[in-house]
Design a protein around this ligand. Structure first.
Ligand code: CU
Length: 227
């Protein structure tokens, strides 16, 4: 039984586990850096404005309304507002454009990878079944090779589910009658957890699977014993 902290560790500190999570974390790192710099800038700016425009005796600041005095054109600081809007639009679209190739890379399963393993994943209330190319089935506990392009072909046998492996940053709908493909290549051997992330009934929270990644040689030996 894995402790919760191990599962959280997989979710949070999983940069190098797979090729898909590697690119995902590179985008996250940039977003985090931009967020820290922008937050620091705006916090300092707000403090500056609060101090510089504070009410002082005998001072008529542009933002205050005084009877008999027409407010100055600078009221509301249009330059600041314009700067803020332009800055946010540039940052927003810049970050959005930056993530496009990464999202596309994670979404698009590679065609004809040289080291490819296609796994059929069946979701059902409330269990995951994995079918290997030789027809062998496992439920809940599956073994896969590292350093191999793995294509998870995902479908559902009943209601809507979602196949999600947070450590690899992959997530794909499992719909009845539809085959969706998620892919990754795992770089570190070890145990990873797949979750169902689409509320699918009473047992939803228990709908997980353990994915055990071993070296390609160990995998070959394992699958050969289940022919
Ligand atoms: Cu489910």
């Amino acid at each position: 039984m894995e402790s919760e902290s191990v599962i959280f560790g997989q979710i949070l500190i999983s940069a190098a586990t797979s090729v898909t999570s590697k690119v995902w974390w590179s985008v996250f790192d940039l977003y985090l850096t931009v967020a820290i710099i922008a937050s620091a800038f705006f916090i300092i700016w707000i403090i500056y404005l609060v101090v510089s425009t504070r009410e002082r005796p005998g001072r008529h600041t542009p933002n205050q309304i005084h009877p008999g005095i027409i407010p100055s054109a600078n009221r509301g600081r249009p330059r600041n507002v314009a700067f803020l809007v332009v800055f946010l639009v540039i940052v927003f679209f810049g970050l959005w454009i930056y993530q496009l190739p990464t999202t596309n890379y994670i979404k698009q399963a590679p065609q004809n990878a040289k080291n490819e393993l296609v796994i059929d994943v069946y979701a059902s209330q409330w269990i995951w079944t994995f079918k290997y190319p030789n027809g062998y089935n496992v439920t809940r506990y599956a073994t896969f090779p590292t350093n191999t392009t793995i294509l998870f072909r995902v479908t559902s046998l009943d209601v809507m589910h979602e196949f999600s492996v947070p450590a690899f940053k992959i997530k794909i709908d499992a719909f009845p009658g539809v085959w969706n493909v998620a892919w990754t290549e795992v770089l570190q051997s070890g145990n990873y957890t797949a979750f169902c992330t689409e509320l699918c009934g009473l047992g939803h929270a228990t709908m997980w699977a353990k994915l055990n990644f071993v070296s390609p040689a160990q995998y070959q030996a394992w699958i050969a014993s289940h022919n």
